[in-house]
Design a protein around this ligand. Sequence first.
Ligand code: 2BA
Length: 111
Amino acid sequence: MKIVYAIVSSDDGNRVTDVLNENHFSVTRLATTGGFLKKGNSTLMVGTDDDKVDEVIRLIKDTCGKRQKITCNVPSPNIASISSGYMMMPMTVELGGATIFVTDVERFEKI
Ligand code: 2BA
């Protein structure tokens, strides 16, 4: 047996938990904080058979993989708008991604 730890963005935490549950994987989701950015993220713990680990990682990747989004909420530092101070500029930002650890489980019991 293995345990998969997946650190994902808080935005993706709900969705990936639902997807794993729908595919019959048990999940424990922890509210965690990244040590570098000090921002909230989610850590999922998924205990599963060795031969299911690749499926867990594929589901996480399909749901939380890195993707790009165009946002228009970024004020341009250079162009002052005549009416409201700043002009909003479209900008492409990268979302998602997951950091995954897989470890052996020495013993597993439900009592
Ligand atoms: P990622 O490498 O994608 O890491 C995202 C989050 O995953 C991290 O949040 C941390 O919570 C967890 N994580 C990543 N690698 C880990 C490991 N080896 N052990 C335990 N947890 C791990 P943050 O620590 O807030 O980092 C956010 C992003 O800042 C990182 O994205 C990376 O791009 C950057 N970063 C992290 N540490 C850095 C450092 N010392 N110098 C420069 N950039 C750093």
